[in-house]
Design a protein around this ligand. Structure first.
Ligand code: ADP
Ligand code: MG
Length: 291
């Protein structure tokens, strides 16, 4: 009955035994991008280093990001094409999960990603671009660094929007006795801004995709019973490790596969409904058994 009612509410539950585990859940880990936020990002800023034209920055960066499926990449490719027109082709594209991308565009080896990825290539940001990065992050924007031929050439920033229902859903989750935790690969300035806006005080940021599962294990090691809500390929292992994994219906197939519950309605209020529903269903079953 519970799974049937769930289906009506747009909550797809893999099996009735899953309802059982929701009763003890006391912590809910929320992925940021695509879960708390819409994940529909837009290019909002571009700063090129001295001697680099804005057109070249957008053309090379946009071209490389056209080969990636990441929400940041889509925003950059669309934003760049809107300004500079058709983008050149990419060769030897490589994705570095949770840190960035690389490939060859117009004969240049282009690397785009977070500072750590550039540091792996021994590429320094320089004072000017570092300042631009901090300024954009202080506004809650996510920044990536663009480098080619071994030098940082610019910084691009994208802005995401918080889903209008996230704040209310998080208050409801607290009312159900769940402590919310924000988990993200994004930088901690941006993560803290989003957390503050929706009423979360526990933030775990700058986490690599393979480390997300370790965070879940660590929380479980502290005796917490953990639900996790996520959407990305990089959330799959963590969703599987969680005591209760909930995937956004708009998420990647791998995340949906790994989760116990799929939220067809693409917002966190659906997660509230899922937890409330399972508790109520269990209460009803127990009542019937007794009487
Ligand atoms: P989240 O945990 O919020 O879903 P990800 O783990 O997917 O974020 O990405 C973490 C960080 O890695 C991004 O904030 C960005 O700095 C970098 N990154 C990932 N993919 C790309 C890409 N295609 N282009 C540039 N940077 C990227
Ligand atoms: Mg995500």
């Amino acid at each position: 009955v519970g799974t049937g009612r769930g289906a009506q509410l747009g909550i797809l539950i893999k099996g009735p035994e899953i309802l059982e585990s929701t009763r003890r859940v006391d912590t809910i880990v929320l992925d940021k991008t695509g879960t708390v936020t819409s994940g529909k990002m837009a290019l909002v800023g571009a700063w090129s280093a001295d001697g680099v034209s804005r057109g070249d920055l957008l053309r090379l960066a946009g071209a490389l990001e056209s080969a990636s499926e990441h929400p940041i990449a889509r925003a950059l490719a669309v934003g760049a094409a809107a300004e500079v027109g058709p983008l050149p082709a990419v060769d030897a594209f490589q994705n570095h999960e949770g840190t960035g991308v690389q490939g060859i565009v117009d004969g240049h080896l282009v690397v785009i990603g977070r500072e750590q990825l550039l540091a792996d290539w021994a590429i320094e940001l320089g004072e000017e671009l570092a300042t631009r990065t901090r300024e954009a992050e202080a506004l809650g924007q996510t920044t990536v660094i663009v480098a080619w031929d071994g030098e940082a050439r610019g910084v691009l920033s994208v802005a995401d929007t918080i889903k209008p229902t996230s704040e209310r859903a998080i208050a409801e989750l607290r009312r159900l006795g769940l402590a919310p935790v924000l988990l993200t690969g994004d930088n901690s300035t941006v993560a803290k801004q989003v957390a503050a806006a929706v009423g979360i005080d526990e933030v775990i940021a700058e986490v690599l995709p393979q480390e997300k599962v370790d965070v879940i294990r660590r929380l479980q090691g502290e005796g917490r019973v953990v639900a996790m809500v996520g959407d990305g390929v990089n959330d799959a292992a963590a969703l599987a490790q969680a005591d209760l994994g909930l995937a956004m219906g708009t998420g990647s197939d791998i995340a949906i596969e790994a989760a116990d519950v799929t939220l067809v309605r693409d917002d966190l209020l659906a997660a509230v409904d899922a937890i409330r529903l399972s508790r109520r269903t269990l209460g009803t079953i127990k009542g019937n058994l007794f009487w």
